[in-house]
Design a binder for this molecule. Structure first.
Ligand code: HEC
Length: 239
């Protein structure tokens, strides 16, 4: 005789009620998390609304919104001896602010127009523009820092693992094909891991922002399916 596992038909009404309010609350929390994500990330690229560019800037940073570009098109512009040098510097920033280009075209400009103020011995508080390391710091714009990513990752992994575990425990009481079920309980966990991993990769490779979005969506969808199917089977499913 095969062992009988617990299914929704075997649990009490009070247990079903507890399961249902838990699942509904998690569903609401997830919707709030989506809205929160929209408000915190939209408009990073200067345009209203959430776009792929906002995600790239968040993790990878941006070549167009660097401190050097802002300064050179704003308050520091009058210090340039030749107006045309502004575009030379902006192009160099846009092309990735590499050391080679710095040596060939950028250092001569900065040494002539900027380092009379931007040298640590004269003004320790200002960005040091007398060498590549200092210039590079203001010519690249951040993206997420490694410590910040590690912090957000550990909170997500701990927190979401618990949520997925409890949703999964309830979902296991559904009556569906056991092979489908075995795969279905793994998908949201795998999607979450892929999501967190791709944050770190996007920091270096901006195209991975698509993986961040797709794996995040997969986690949400698989979680949503587990929640809806569980609630449906708990109350409406007749064999
Ligand atoms: C006469 C002195 C002087 C010269 C010359 C000068 N700067 Fe500055 N720079 C300053 C001061 C002072 C600040 C701080 C301004 C502030 O914080 O409001 C500053 C700030 C900056 C910043 C930082 C802005 C930020 O994000 O906080 C950058 C980048 C910069 N300058 C670039 C340049 C470049 C490029 C040149 C040469 C074209 C240049 N500066 C020439 C005095 C100078």
């Amino acid at each position: 005789m095969t062992k009988q596992y617990t299914r929704f038909k075997d649990i009490s009404v009070s247990e079903r009620i507890l399961n249902t309010v838990f699942l509904l609350t998690i569903g609401l929390a997830y919707i709030m998390a989506l809205i929160n994500m929209y408000y915190t990330h939209q408009g990073r690229d200067g345009k209203p609304g959430l776009s792929m560019n906002d995600i790239v800037i968040m993790y990878h940073g941006s070549n167009t919104q660097t401190r050097l570009a802002t300064a050179i098109t704003g308050i520091m512009e009058p210090n340039l001896k030749y107006k045309g040098d502004k575009d030379v510097i902006l192009k160099w920033i846009h092309d990735g602010a590499e050391e080679n280009g710095y040596r060939q075209t950028i250092a001569p400009i900065l040494n002539r127009d900027c380092i009379l103020c931007h040298t640590p011995s004269i003004n320790p508080a200002l960005p040091d523009l007398s060498n590549y390391a200092g210039v590079s710091e203001v010519a690249h714009s951040g993206g997420a820092s490694l410590p910040a990513l590690v912090r957000v990752s550990h909170i997500h992994l701990f927190g979401i693992a618990f949520i997925l575990f409890f949703i999964g425990r309830i979902f296991l009481l559904c009556e569906i094909n056991i092979y489908v079920k075995r795969i279905a309980v793994v998908i949201p966990f795998a999607a979450m891991l892929l999501d967190v991993m791709s944050w770190f990769i996007t920091k270096n490779i901006s195209q991975f922002a698509y993986v961040v979005v797709l794996s995040g969506a997969l986690m949400g969808i698989s979680m949503g399916v587990q929640i809806l199917l569980s609630i449906y089977q708990m109350w409406f499913y007749k064999r």
